[in-house]
Design a protein around this ligand. Structure first.
Ligand code: CS2
Length: 490
């Protein structure tokens, strides 16, 4: 049976679904970047809130700004916004449910008008974002807005045909200001430290160039709460689609799978009201920074440590890495010796149990989170997840060897495109060509890879790091056995 509103009554005989009347819901949140993560996280919290109480003004409209969003648009349109969330527990238990909080979906890349209208609609109170770490258009080493991006250049001279999130936000906020409407909140849900502050700074850099008066209005009226979001959401596979067909007879073209763990910590600063998400477990705080730093530097960095080293060793999934004792010990040593010492205390959280819980989550054998998902867009992730820790440890005189091996492995990975077993590695990174070019020079110029300043800043000039890096990377090229190097450090 095809998943859609018409069949929902029958489908909910076999699977739980919305208990609320979807027809009563209005769109109050517009979300840009409807990937698996949004559907396993904010859309689920919203759905749970609707089930629990009357929150009918808080339905979601999904937005895609890239041509690649066509598929999710078509699927959700065809399914009236409905989809299945499949939660996979470590003991093999699987819980599936139909989520109903996404009411509409618009594509902005060739027809921006309706997207701007929707964002500027008086009922829209929040515009939330999961546009990935790479989507914020800033130079990772200087932190500055990249005005050279051709899409940004286009928007600055054609503000009515925006392309990036900045062009859309500016056009919609301008419309609201001109119409005397209150501003919406811009809520970033990406894995970036101080994600709200950073979004604010980037948006203001863009708007100041375009319309300084509007920039002032945004400065005074728009709130950008920082948020920490967490739930491991692997890429959906054909097996997940088949599972729903075989078990429940449901045709869902794009379900989402995830782990049971979920967390959302949000700063309680909103321009124009917010859903009562605290009723469904969201934690509102005045300062999210310690939580986000802990999560990025342990969970996301831990993922990258396993992902990069796993990829070149030949492990295919994160749980396969966690079945390898050397990987488990290495991960813990990285977390204990390099990531933890530079973290601030996080109220109410025992760091040791947090790290234990990460090990359990990573080891979940049913999630089968591929190392290729973790390694994808490493050029946007590693500066925030791992290189920042390395830099702080260099200042503090702390340990750097565990992170350095990951950087050296990343160089080898970018250069060779095959693992130590000789099998090809799937590399997905917008910077792949540049990374590969730099990595290929390693043999003749050992520092070439870390001389890429947009990623590493001036790390290549740090003697302590440069020396260790060169020794480490040369060893990988020589032995082609990074696992042995991992072992020697334990
Ligand atoms: C992962 C994240 O992209 C990555 O490298 O670390 O997607 C991670 O699974 C989520 O942030 C978990 O909350």
């Amino acid at each position: 049976m095809q998943l859609n509103q018409k069949n929902l009554g029958l489908i909910t005989n076999v699977l739980s679904g919305p208990k609320y009347d979807r027809k009563r819901l209005k769109i109050g949140m517009v979300h840009i970047g409807v990937g698996g993560f949004h559907r396993a996280h904010q859309a689920l919290y919203t759905h749970q809130l609707q089930d629990k109480m009357d929150a009918s003004e808080w339905g979601i409209c999904g937005i895609g700004l890239r041509s690649g969003d066509q598929k999710i648009h078509d699927v959700l349109k065809n399914q009236d916004g409905l989809y299945t969330l499949i939660i996979k527990h470590p003991d093999g238990t699987i819980e599936s449910q139909i989520i109903g909080s996404i009411l509409d979906f618009l594509l902005g890349h060739d027809t921006p008008g309706p997207v701007i209208e929707r964002m500027a609609d008086p009922a829209t109170k929040i515009v939330s974002l999961t546009i990935t770490e790479g989507g914020y258009n800033f130079n990772p080493s200087t932190g500055e807005f990249d005005f050279e991006n051709p899409d940004i250049r286009h928007e600055l001279s054609n503000p009515n045909s925006p392309k990036t999130v900045y062009g859309f936000l500016t056009a919609a906020l301008k419309k609201r200001r001109d119409e005397g409407l209150p501003a919406f909140t811009v809520m970033s849900c990406d894995n970036i430290q101080h994600n709200g502050d950073m979004t604010r700074e980037m948006l203001l850099s863009f708007t100041r160039k375009l319309d300084p008066e509007l920039a002032k209005w945004i400065e005074n009226e728009v709130q950008f709460p920082n948020t920490m979001v967490d739930r491991i959401t692997p890429v959906t596979t054909q097996a997940d689609i088949t599972y729903l067909q075989d078990t429940y007879g449901i045709e869902d073209a794009w379900p989402v799978t995830c782990e049971p763990f979920i967390q959302w910590v949000v700063e309680d600063r909103f321009s124009n009201g917010r859903p009562e998400f605290e009723k469904v477990g969201v934690q509102f705080v005045t300062d999210v920074k310690p939580y986000e730093k802990m999560k990025l530097r342990l969970l996301n960095a831990g993922h990258s440590v396993l992902g990069i080293l796993g990829a070149i060793h030949g492990h295919k999934t994160i749980n396969a890495c966690m079945e390898d004792k050397i990987f488990v010990a290495y991960l813990r040593a990285f977390m204990d010796k390099e990531a933890s010492p530079i973290l601030d205390e996080v109220k109410g959280i025992d760091l040791e149990s947090y790290k234990d819980s990460l090990e359990t989550r990573f080891a979940n054998p049913n999630i089968k989170d591929s190392v290729s998902r973790i390694c994808s867009e490493s050029s946007a992730k590693l500066p925030k997840f791992l290189i920042a820790t390395l830099q702080e440890n260099l200042i503090e005189g702390g340990s750097i060897q565990f992170a350095t091996l990951v950087i050296a492995a990343w160089c080898y990975y970018s250069d060779k495109g095959i693992n130590h077993q000789g099998e090809p590695i799937e590399i997905i990174d917008v910077m792949h060509a540049e990374l590969q070019q730099a990595a290929k020079r390693t043999k003749t110029e050992p520092l070439a890879f870390i001389k890429q300043e947009s990623l590493f800043g001036d790390l290549a000039k740090n003697e302590r790091f440069a020396q260790l890096y060169v020794a480490t990377v040369q060893q990988i090229y020589k032995d082609r056995d990074s696992r042995k190097q991992m072992q020697s450090m334990l």
